[in-house]
Ligand binder design. Structure first.
Ligand SMILES: *Cc1c(COP(=O)(O)O)cnc(C)c1O
Length: 414
């Protein structure tokens, strides 16, 4: 067996990852996912009680008692596992109910569930586009869209992030020799918390006869007046052809994803999308809980309203404290620009009881390091005030309050 030499190679590679500062160390959480969590970090150290600002638990539903109760009921009434893919013997009545409720919530004709949104993005493009077609993507789309595009034979065009002039030039280019065109963008981008100008994208799509697809994983449930997503926020609910989204973030946070859209597109996915055909069906426990989530959200906008309030409050206070933020969503990047400063800042926050991670190269471009805060409807005013106080205290310690980007870089480098 030749593993001996392979092993050395792998160990070298792992060492390289560590030396480059890219080794990802997990932190162990000893409590349910919510605003207050107990964390073991570093491994084997005593538990720290911290306020969580890095979950995608936007609506605070991940451990909501009604959702947990619905999960129990699903388990009791429909069992634990289906031991099948959907088209053989893995479709229960509740899978169809969830698909119908997602269609209603998102305002689309039909919906197909996937084991995850990564799988939805992995299956969609190959199912509906061929080599005569073109796919035109924002440069910063999610990794799973990049993977889905790799699996699909359509010609690929990339436009500069949020740049509508560049999108238009790519649409003109693609129009010369392509049959069908599909534009794909994230609704909300996870690193900067910025929002795709979906109304403008739809206008360009009309002009150049293209379909519009949006991955609303960081938007479904809370963006827009009733939380339908970025298409609601940008007033183009009837103009988007396809939405992919996840049940693993605001919508309960367990797992699962979907493609929701024009009924022919959904039907083609049911016939052709490989993650749908060849991976196990979503378990009843999650399906049942997800139905409850959609019932809660269809009934009241209380949670997204609170999240919106939290977002405005936190962003205003952090700016007033003299720190720099970007974007406009519950994803709040607090810009520090320097990688080492970001790591130190994040560690200091942790010792102040605030759990928020730093991002630096290569996750974001060099000189763009930041702490990313993700707000939740589970956060109360006290949680936010505690974080604002900690940011202010640590910002003062490093002497960066009130400094602009140039001044911080002059002080710490980029
Ligand atoms: C999180 C995320 C996904 C992956 O969702 P999963 O259901 O966890 O696979 C896909 N796209 C975007 C934009 C995301 O943010």
């Amino acid at each position: 067996m030749a593993y001996g030499t392979v092993k050395d190679h792998y160990r070298q590679e792992l060492k390289g990852i560590k030396e480059a500062g890219l080794y990802k160390q997990e932190r162990f959480i000893h409590s349910p996912q919510k605003a207050d969590i107990a964390v073991e970090y570093p491994p084997s150290s005593p538990l720290a009680n911290v306020v969580n600002f890095c979950a995608n638990n936007y609506l605070g539903l991940s451990s909501h008692p009604d959702v947990v109760a619905a999960a129990h009921a699903g388990l009791d009434e429909r069992g634990y596992g289906m031991s099948s893919v959907r088209f053989i013997c893995g479709t229960q009545d509740i899978h169809k109910i969830l698909e119908r409720k997602l269609s209603e919530f998102l305002g689309m004709e039909d919906t197909i569930l996937f084991p995850s949104c990564l799988d939805a993005n992995g299956g969609l493009f190959e199912a509906v586009l061929e080599s005569e077609d073109a796919i035109i993507a924002d440069k910063l789309v999610h990794a799973s869209i990049v993977d889905g595009m790799r699996l699909c034979k359509a010609q690929q065009y990339i436009y500069k992030h949020l740049n509508m002039d560049h999108l238009e030039s790519k649409l003109i280019e693609a129009s010369q020799d392509c049959r069908h065109k599909m534009i794909i963008t994230d609704g909300v981008f996870s690193m900067d918390g910025d929002v795709a100008p979906l109304d403008e994208i739809c206008a360009l799509a009309d002009k150049y006869d293209a379909m519009v697809a949006v991955d609303d994983s960081h938007a479904s449930g809370f963006m827009g007046r009733t939380g339908r997503g970025v298409h609601e926020l940008k007033n183009c609910m009837d103009r988007v052809d396809v939405i992919t989204t996840t049940l693993g973030k605001a919508l309960g946070g367990a797992s699962g994803g979907c493609v929701s859209g024009r009924k022919e597109i959904v039907e083609l996915c049911r016939q052709k999308a490989r993650p749908y055909l060849f991976s196990n069906t979503m378990p009843p426990v999650i399906v049942s809980a997800a139905i409850k989530v959609l019932d809660i959200l269809s009934h009241s906008t209380k949670r997204r309203d609170k999240l919106e309030w939290n977002t405005r409050y936190f962003r205003d206070k952090i700016e007033q404290a003299g720190l720099i933020v970007r974007g406009e969503t519950p994803i709040v990047p607090v810009m520090l620009f320097n990688a080492q400063l970001t790591q130190d800042f994040s560690k200091d926050l942790y010792y102040e009881g605030i759990y928020a991670v730093g991002f630096f190269f290569p996750v974001v471009p060099k000189g763009q390091a930041r702490i990313r805060i993700q707000l939740s409807a589970d956060h109360d005013r006290e949680h936010l005030d505690k974080a604002i106080a900690a940011f202010t205290k640590i910002g003062e310690k490093y002497g960066i309050l009130g400094l602009d980007k140039k001044e911080i870089i002059a002080k710490y480098g980029d």
